[in-house]
Design a protein around this ligand. Structure first.
Ligand code: GAP
Length: 468
């Protein structure tokens, strides 16, 4: 395939995913009836369930199921001194250039990426782009632009009461370090985790939900002794790969990239990115950074509070160092959708009239709908039986977290299977005329298309087993 057709193909895949998301209620453009708002998206019924499944699984995986990590939920707005101490007031900037003709603004480093998308090898030659990619006008020289959103507490809009919407959840963990030492019996190494919103005034448009103004992060600040950092960094690199495997991301579709010295964040001594092969290019999905003792040391200095850890064995006191694994929720949703998206030429089984069937091969744990129940036809007896099965399944399986069971009786049975394949439902249960006699139903597997006859009274147990 030529490079041009590969690019067109990738752009086509992205467009198909965006339209599937809108059509089926995963993700809508934000404020759409008012013409939208750049870089803002709303999650619909299936999208919000998918996002919740990801967050709940992450919490279970990294917090509930481990002894060494505790969760918190810190306030979004923090004392502005936090952001002075963390270096964000001075250092959390992007280089901004503006077109002198059309006044469109670009991130200078993103202009390089625009070319990068075409061919990595020629990117170096194009480092100094001085013409607007939009209209060809002359670009201004770069000035630094702070990415933090500002707002005010109280009615008066002055500098005294400025607060920032947090650009990362991490600082909530650092400012609570002392509270956690005082209120729990944690010992090094240990981590503090949280999931929550972060806000960034991003200049450039963001490839669907890849780069947005408000997004959620799932972050861990893992406190360690300095001498252990290389070993524990390696352990977290493996833990992050295992998580990707756990949520069903194909290991062929991501790789690890080491940050060069000049691209390291102001706090980091070593950072690696987990980059996913999105249809628009290979880009950062997650990050893993060695933040040294930068944050605690600066908070100690700016707050005047003692933020040292006392070793219970030796009584030695010191500021721990930190390894930070960080996971974006929206980027996880996007990677999961890109990974799961498939098309089957000619359609499958029930509906041979279909030229092409779309299938989302989502990991079962992530699927927003776990089981769909259909009456074969819209006949009263079948509807009654199918509804009774939904009720019984909710009684049997309703205690499992996020176990959504759907009922559908509209359109042909083939269409209903396709609708469920398109949203990634792993199992469909069909009630037919025989069910009324033999008290059994047909269970169809999304991926193998295998159909099994299962007795209604065993259905709850049968399905439960599929999800363990
Ligand atoms: N506490 C470290 C930190 O915030 P980061 O690499 O700037 O590091 C962490 O962000 C993760 O947050 C990224 O790996 C990405 O998954 C996600 N992320 C960052 N900016 C984003 C944006 N504008 N839109 C969506 N997700 C974003």
């Amino acid at each position: 395939m030529s490079q041009e057709s590969r690019l067109a193909d990738s752009a086509g895949k992205m467009q198909k995913i965006i339209s599937l998301c809108k059509r089926r209620g995963f993700i809508y453009p934000g404020s759409e009836i008012y013409g939208g708002l750049a870089n803002s998206w709303d999650f619909g019924s299936l999208g919000s369930q998918l996002k919740k499944n990801i967050k709940d699984l992450w919490w279970q995986y990294f917090v509930v199921n481990r002894d060494d990590i505790i969760g918190i939920d810190a306030a979004l707005m923090m004392n502005p001194k936090v952001w002075e101490a963390s270096g964000h007031v001075d250092g959390f900037t992007d280089p901004l250039v503006e077109c002198k003709e059309c006044h469109q603004r670009f991130r200078e480093d993103q202009l390089i990426e625009i070319e990068d998308k075409i061919e990595r090898s020629i990117a170096k030659k194009l480092l100094k782009i001085d013409r607007c990619p939009n209209c060809g006008g002359k670009l201004s020289t770069a000035r630094q632009f702070n990415l933090m959103f500002k707002t005010n507490i109280g009615p008066v809009d002055d500098q005294m009461n400025t607060v920032y919407l947090r650009p990362e959840t991490a600082q909530g963990m650092f400012v609570n370090f002392k509270n956690i030492l005082d209120s729990t019996r944690v010992q090094l190494p240990f981590g503090i985790a949280q999931i929550g919103k972060a806000f960034r005034n991003e200049i450039t448009p963001g490839n669907f939900i890849f780069r947005v103004l408000e997004f959620e992060q799932m972050e861990i600040e893992y406190f360690i002794r300095e001498q252990d950092w290389e070993r524990i960094f390696g352990e977290w690199q493996s833990a992050m790969s295992e998580w990707l495997n756990y949520i069903g991301i194909n290991s062929q579709n991501y790789s690890i990239r080491e940050h060069n010295k000049d691209e390291l964040s102001h706090y980091s001594k070593r950072t690696i990115d987990f980059e996913y092969k999105f249809p628009f290019g290979q880009k950062e999905l997650y990050g893993l950074a060695y933040r040294t003792d930068f944050d605690l040391k600066n908070h100690e200095k700016h707050s005047g509070q003692d933020l040292k850890y006392r070793d219970p064995q030796t009584n030695e006191t010191f500021i721990p160092h930190v390894i930070e694994p960080t996971f974006g929720v929206e980027r996880t949703v996007l990677a999961v959708l890109c990974d799961a998206y498939g098309e089957i030429e000619g359609g499958r089984g029930q509906d041979s009239r279909q030229d092409q069937e779309v299938i989302l091969r989502l990991d079962k744990k992530l699927a927003p709908v776990k089981v769909a129940v259909f009456p074969l036809m819209k006949k009263e007896k079948l509807i009654e039986q199918a509804r009774a099965i939904v009720k019984k399944l909710r009684q049997d399986l309703g205690h499992l977290p996020n176990f959504v069971i759907a009922y559908d009786d509209s359109g042909s049975i083939g269409k209903r299977y396709r609708r469920q394949d398109e949203i990634g439902t792993p199992y469909c249960v069909t009630v037919d005329f025989e069910t009324l006699e033999d008290k059994a139903v047909t269970v169809r597997d999304r991926d193998t298309m295998k159909q099994e006859r299962v007795r209604i009274k065993e259905l709850g147990g049968f399905l439960k087993e599929k999800f363990v």
